[in-house]
Structures are given as structure tokens and as C-alpha cells.
Design a binder for this molecule. Structure first.
Ligand code: C2E
Ligand code: CA
Ligand code: CA
Length: 279
């Protein structure tokens, strides 16, 4: 039975195979992948453009296939979200990100902020705050260095309820970031009400700015909002010199893009600039 089952599992576990197959099989494969530890985290550095130092990183999940290849989250997060499975996967991501961050700090590296994506389903889940508290306690990660990235659509599902949840999360001492700011419909009034500390500007705006709108009015407007509200800004998807130069001397901007680094395992982060003195 093991042999026959094993063969079938091998087939079903292959996410590429899944694309040709149905949703249900893909969902089952996702569940098994959590059990088998087939997910991995890559981290993409967030760089201070003036010092070029890495000050933070965003955790991004990948699905490791039998053949060694990695499947992008774009290919499974939507289904994980739709099926509710994201609650379990998201908890794994949070715990693993904090665990690796602590391991790195214990090895003598300078601490940095770690951002973790939180999907709407996770945020809506009644036990989410409890989970975050649990993970912080279990891993010993300093809450001041954890940033949860939420999306406008998640925040707006039920404004009052979400506001209360986010405030409870903030009381744990963590940071909140509004992911893909400007692509949803959140009023800027919510930013303060939700206790948001930073905004992430999506790559689409950075590209748009370069192509059609060299004066960058939309991006400038977002930066102005951030400045007035004293929010930090993370510019995503910066790839070119021109894009980098546009933001390079701003005081409240961090750069997250291929221009500096692609997402990679935490152990592959460049050591030189971030090794702290160990006595
Ligand atoms: P996101 O949260 O907007 O993450 C940024 C994405 O932009 C990442 O793609 C990153 O690799 C990519 N990126 C960063 N800089 C550049 C650049 O210069 N050029 C280009 N072309 N791309 C760049 P990735 O890792 O494929 O993740 C895609 C999306 O999947 C994420 O978008 C996020 O919405 C979702 N995701 C990833 N990990 C998780 C997770 O653990 N939980 C949840 N709920 N969603 C996740
Ligand atoms: Ca994100
Ligand atoms: Ca984003």
C-alpha cells in the first residue's frame, strides 16, 4: 500500500503537475506540504539607501518540489487563502521567520526587523492575536523587531472589527505595515486609526513613475502622506539606477528590490556590514 500510495503522493505533490490538475488535489498537496516541511522561507533585504545597510527583511514563502525547484507564492497563496489553509501556512511562516531571526541574532549578527505577510483570512481569524503572542513567547523574538504586513483589502473588510484587532496586536509591541499601499481603497484616515507604522509602495507605482510620469506625482503624494503622518516608507521592486536615484537621498525611505538584493535564505545574507562585535 505504501508503494502505490507513495507513487500517487509523488504525483500529487508536484505543484507544476497541479496546474494541470484540479483545485482539490492542489489543496491536498498544500496540506501535505506543511506536514512534510516542504515550505521554505526566503528573505528579501530592506536597505537604507543612504548608508546602503540592510536594516530589515521581508519573509517570503516558497514551496520546494521533489525535483528541487521552488514554486512561487503567486501560484499557491491565492488557493491557500481561498481554502482557509493559509491560516495554518501563515502560522508556520510567522513562527519560522521569528525562529530564524532569533537564531541569527544568537549567532552574533546585528538584529534587524523582520516583516511577515498576513493574509486577510489570518487577520480575520479569532485566534490570530493569540497565535502571534504565542510565537513571540515561544521563539523569544523581540516584538519591536517584528512587522506584520497587512493589505488594504484585509483592513477594510470590517473596519471597526479590524481596527480593534490591529490595536490589540499593536499592544504586543509589534509594528504594522500597509502592504501595496495605494492599490486598494483604504482612506488615509485609517492609517492612524489602525496604528500603521509604515507604508509599502508597490512596484507598479515605481514602474509607472519611470515610464509615464517622470514627475512621479502619485508616488510624491504617497511620500507626502507618509511624511506628514511620520510613517516609514518601503519602496518595493526597485530595479534600475534611475529608480534607485529617485529615492536615494530620502530620509524616510527604505529600498526593497532587485537593485540591491533578491529574496534569499537568511544564511546567505552578506555578512560584512551586519556582523556585530562579539566579545
Ligand atoms: P509582496 O508581499 O508584494 O512581496 C514582494 C514580491 O515582489 C516578492 O515576490 C518579491 O520577490 C518581489 N520583488 C521584490 N523586489 C522585486 C524587484 O525588484 N523586481 C521584481 N520583479 N520583483 C520583486 P514573491 O516572493 O514571489 O511573492 C509574491 C507575493 O506572494 C507577495 O507579494 C505576497 O503577496 C505573497 N506572499 C509571499 N509570501 C507570503 C506569505 O508568507 N504569506 C502570505 N499571505 N502571502 C505571501
Ligand atoms: Ca508583502
Ligand atoms: Ca508588496
Amino acid at each position: 500500500a505504501k508503494d502505490a500510495g507513495g507513487n500517487r503522493t509523488e504525483m500529487v505533490d508536484d505543484a507544476l503537475e497541479m496546474q494541470l490538475n484540479n483545485k482539490m488535489a492542489m489543496e491536498q498537496a498544500l496540506w501535505r506540504a506543511v506536514d512534510k516541511g516542504a515550505f521554505e522561507l526566503h528573505f528579501q533585504p530592506q536597505v537604507d539607501p543612504r548608508s546602503r545597510q540592510i536594516v530589515g527583511a521581508e519573509a517570503l514563502v516558497r514551496w520546494r518540489q521533489k525535483n528541487g525547484s521552488l514554486v512561487s507564492p503567486a501560484q499557491f497563496i491565492p488557493l491557500a487563502e481561498e481554502s482557509g489553509m493559509i491560516v495554518r501556512l501563515g502560522e508556520w511562516v510567522l513562527r519560522e521567520a521569528c525562529r530564524q531571526a532569533v537564531e541569527r541574532e544568537n549567532a552574533g549578527y546585528a538584529p534587524m526587523k523582520i516583516s511577515v505577510n498576513v493574509s486577510p483570512k489570518q487577520l480575520q481569524h479569532e485566534l490570530f492575536e493569540h497565535t502571534v503572542r504565542d510565537v513571540l513567547k515561544e521563539t523569544g523574538f523581540n516584538p519591536a523587531r517584528l512587522v506584520l504586513e497587512i493589505t488594504e483589502s484585509a483592513a477594510l473588510k470590517n473596519v471597526d472589527e479590524t481596527g480593534a484587532k490591529l490595536q490589540a496586536l499593536k499592544r504586543l509591541g509589534i509594528g504594522l505595515s500597509m502592504d501595496d499601499f495605494g492599490t486598494g481603497y483604504a482612506s488615509i484616515g485609517y492609517l492612524k486609526a489602525f496604528g500603521v507604522d509604515s507604508l509599502k509602495i508597490a512596484q507598479s507605482f515605481v514602474r509607472e513613475m519611470e515610464k509615464n510620469n517622470p514627475h512621479g506625482e502619485v508616488v510624491e503624494a504617497m511620500l507626502a502622506v507618509a511624511a506628514i503622518m511620520r510613517l516609514e516608507v518601503v519602496i518595493e521592486g526597485v530595479e534600475t539606477d534611475k529608480q534607485f536615484l529617485y529615492f536615494s537621498d530620502r530620509s524616510n525611505c527604505l529600498i526593497q528590490g532587485y537593485y540591491f538584493y533578491r529574496p534569499m535564505p537568511l544564511v546567505d545574507f552578506p555578512e560584512s556590514e551586519i556582523r556585530k562585535h562579539v566579545v
